[in-house]
Design a protein around this ligand. Structure first.
Ligand SMILES: Nc1ncnc2c1ncn2[C@@H]1O[C@H](COP(=O)(O)OP(=O)(O)OP(=O)(O)O)[C@@H](O)[C@H]1O
Ligand SMILES: [Mg+2]
Length: 267
């Protein structure tokens, strides 16, 4: 058994995954993230500052760090939109999609109100748990407090805002993330989960990250026809988030209002 698991006295730990330097355990109502370096510790510092509801504790173990969380019994955005992707366009589904968009915007607006940008928003980082919605994985977050610095290379490509992709094209440079970039990433996460196609059409699918970043920076948009079925009001909301100019994007708070307005107009 990992000695961090033993030291924390976690009973019956179950290994959930071990990839890219991150090990995840579930034990009772707890979730434990251990990273090979100090990213879990950095995330813990951010979560403690934010007083995040599901944060419990964090610490260091030599080169490694760990983060203890309440286990969220939830559904990821990606999975929540699976039925819609496969053709479920019923009125109830449309209502549910708008509700999920509003809830995600609300969770992001809360983070932004505290002055923090997420920096790596993606479909696996939005979890729906009953009537609560969580934005998770704050390891890359940037904000107004002094947490350990690391050179942020930019988040996952498929949801990266063009101006961030442009900055990320220079290898080794620290990328400063922003609130409007998170709004693009939220729109991109909703679009990608619904259509299973990123909002940017890559010139060469095998070009790897540098090629993807160049296409994102050039804003080579995926045609609207990639969607599984037309949902004009939802598409309009997504396109607002995916505005080329960050200044034209709604804030997360404005997005909540426009999603709610759209939902009400449908009735
Ligand atoms: N508190 C939690 N409760 C339940 N599941 C969680 C919790 N935190 C994270 N997870 C699950 O574990 C996955 C990985 O978590 P996270 O994104 O924080 O780690 P990561 O280091 O980015 O891992 P990876 O890059 O391998 O996804 C999440 O997508 C989510 O499904
Ligand atoms: Mg993650």
């Amino acid at each position: 058994m990992d000695r961090i698991v033993a030291q924390l006295g976690l009973a019956d730990p179950v290994l959930l995954h071990d990839r890219r330097g991150t090990t995840f355990y579930r034990a009772g109502d707890a979730a434990l993230k251990i990273t090979a370096e100090w990213m879990a510790g950095r995330e813990g510092e951010v979560m403690r500052l934010l007083d995040t509801e599901f944060y419990r504790d964090h610490g260091w173990d030599g080169e490694r760090s760990w983060l203890l969380l309440r286990r969220i019994d939830g559904t990821r955005l990606w999975d929540a939109l699976d039925g819609a992707h496969r053709g479920d366009d019923r009125p109830g589904t449309r209502r549910r999609i708008l509700g999920m968009a509003a809830a995600a915007a609300y969770a992001l607006a809360e983070l932004h109100a505290a002055g923090w940008a997420h920096g790596d928003l993606q479909p696996d980082h939005i979890l729906y748990e009953g009537d609560r919605t969580h934005v998770i994985d704050l390891a890359c977050a940037q904000g107004p407090a002094d947490v350990p610095f690391y050179v942020h290379p930019g988040g996952i490509a498929h949801t990266l805002a063009p101006e961030i992709a442009d900055a990320a094209l220079t290898p080794g440079e620290h990328v400063t993330t922003t609130l409007p970039a998170d709004v693009w990433s939220l729109g991109a996460s909703l679009w990608w989960s619904w259509t299973r196609t990123p909002p940017i059409a890559y010139t060469d699918p095998d070009a790897g990250r540098p090629g993807q970043l160049a296409d994102i920076a050039a804003i080579r948009r995926t045609p609207a026809s990639a969607r599984p079925w037309p949902f004009p009001e939802f598409e309009e909301l997504l396109m607002a988030c995916l505005a080329s100019d960050p200044a034209d994007r709604p804030t997360a708070k404005e997005l909540i209002a426009s999603v709610m307005e759209t939902a009400e107009r449908r009735h």
